[in-house]
Design a protein around this ligand. Structure first.
Ligand SMILES: Cc1cc2nc3c(=O)[nH]c(=O)nc-3n(C[C@H](O)[C@H](O)[C@H](O)COP(=O)(O)O)c2cc1C
Length: 392
């Protein structure tokens, strides 16, 4: 039976929350979203303005996917965090967010096979767990704004994996140097780490393939290396066991999710410190921001799946994927999540937190400008409810 979403002592989306050492004033999170405005991979003034607009005092923001190394890109003009210029660019973003009392994590990203030779440093094949390309059902956004086919990737040799783990670790150290409050490891949505976790992709016969233990190994090595470098309490992890974006299918998403969680719990115990959070995208959200309800079971089955992961994880749980105001309130009130990350609604409503609080109407998002490169149009020109940018 559903409980009242405004029950007396139950938290709401607008209740404070303590996440490790971070004091959040509410539970509405900016979900990580690629927006392709970082010309030549360097965060610029457009990004400063975009994140500044979406900051609230005590609000928690996660950046767009940010390249950990030159081989990590699969979209045009996504930012990186592996060069001096990129770090300096991010400093300006972080400063703007901090100045307004916000907290911000950098999402560390390697797309793996979801790339193309044009995005690779020497025109090489993109790397992955496999040599199977992403099927033609999916298209890659090319630098000329046309859509192309994903090429055949090159499976990483076993001995190459520690170097990629090291790239993640260095990127995390750079993020802390840029002033970020922490980092989120992108282990979701069919990108590199998910390409190792999902048995629909990973066909390896080495120590990174086969059993759940082996398939989770790469992610766990990354988590462990970063936690050792910057502290577990500054590390968030994002996974999407039940999402088949970019052909990332698994024969048993429930067990995969539980396997990752069990290992994260064990690591937390071993380290004597919790990670910052676990962030799970639920299958209400699918490719390219489209909603395709029902493809992974009924709403109730999906809710049960999310609850089984939420129940198993020891620590802060963020949910994301198709949350409306009502669903977000309900998730927090029922204890199904501690925090709720909003994506598309935050693109078109820079003052989303205020709007949700007031139950005010929302601007509609324009999908056509999600991945375009204009520094303002479709990026920082969505109107605020109140003129003068008034915030909470
Ligand atoms: C334009 C766009 C870009 C996105 N880029 C990323 C990304 O870089 N990293 C990531 O983990 N998720 C990404 N996502 C997924 C969002 O974080 C979020 O999970 C998804 O939009 C579902 O939430 P929503 O229904 O509130 O939009 C993206 C979504 C959209 C619409």
């Amino acid at each position: 039976m559903k409980q009242s979403i405004m029950g007396d002592n139950k938290p709401t989306l607008f209740s404070p929350y303590k996440m490790g050492n971070l004091n959040l004033s509410h539970r509405v999170v900016l979900a990580p979203m690629t927006r392709c405005r970082a010309v030549n991979s360097i965060p610029n003034e457009a990004l400063v303005e975009y994140y500044r607009q979406r900051t609230t005092a005590g609000g928690f923001l996660i950046t767009e996917g940010t390249m950990i190394s030159p081989t990590a890109a699969g979209f045009p003009h996504v930012p990186g965090i592996f060069t001096r210029e990129q770090i300096e660019g991010w400093k300006k973003v972080v400063d703007a967010v901090h100045k307004q009392g916000g907290l911000i994590f950098c999402q560390l990203w390697h797309v793996g096979r979801a790339s193309h030779q044009v995005y690779q440093p020497d025109g090489d094949a993109p790397i992955s767990s496999t040599n199977k390309p992403i099927s033609n059902k999916w298209k890659i956004l090319m630098p000329d704004a046309k859509y192309g086919r994903y090429p055949e990737p090159r499976p990483l040799a076993t001995h190459e994996i520690p170097q990629v783990v090291e790239d993640y670790r260095l990127a995390a150290i750079n993020a802390i140097e840029a002033g970020f409050d922490g980092i989120e490891i992108h282990g979701a949505h069919g990108y590199l780490l998910d390409q190792f976790m999902k048995d629909g992709i990973n066909d390896r016969t080495d120590e990174y393939g086969g059993s759940l233990d082996n398939r989770c190994k790469f992610l766990l090595q990354v988590v462990r290396a970063i936690a050792a470098a910057i502290g577990a309490d500054r590390v968030g992890v994002r996974i999407s066991p039940a999402i088949d974006h970019l052909d990332a299918m698994d024969s048993d998403p429930r067990s995969l999710g539980l396997a990752v969680i069990e290992r994260l719990n064990k690591l937390q115990f071993e380290l004597g410190s919790k990670l910052s959070y676990l962030h799970v995208t639920q299958p209400r959200y699918t490719a390219y921001g489209q909603t395709e309800a029902g493809s992974h079971g009924s709403e109730e089955e999906i809710a049960q799946l999310m609850r089984s992961w939420r129940g198993a994880y020891v620590g802060t749980f963020i949910c994301s994927g198709g949350y409306t105001r009502e669903l977000g309130l309900e998730a927090v009130a029922q204890g199904d999540a501690d925090l709720v990350a909003y994506g598309r609604q935050f693109i078109s409503n820079p003052d989303l937190v205020l709007r949700l609080k007031l139950n005010a109407p929302l601007n509609r998002y324009v999908r056509a400008t999600f991945y375009t490169h204009h520094p303002v149009v479709g990026y920082t020109d969505y109107p605020f409810l109140h003129k003068g940018n008034s915030r909470l």
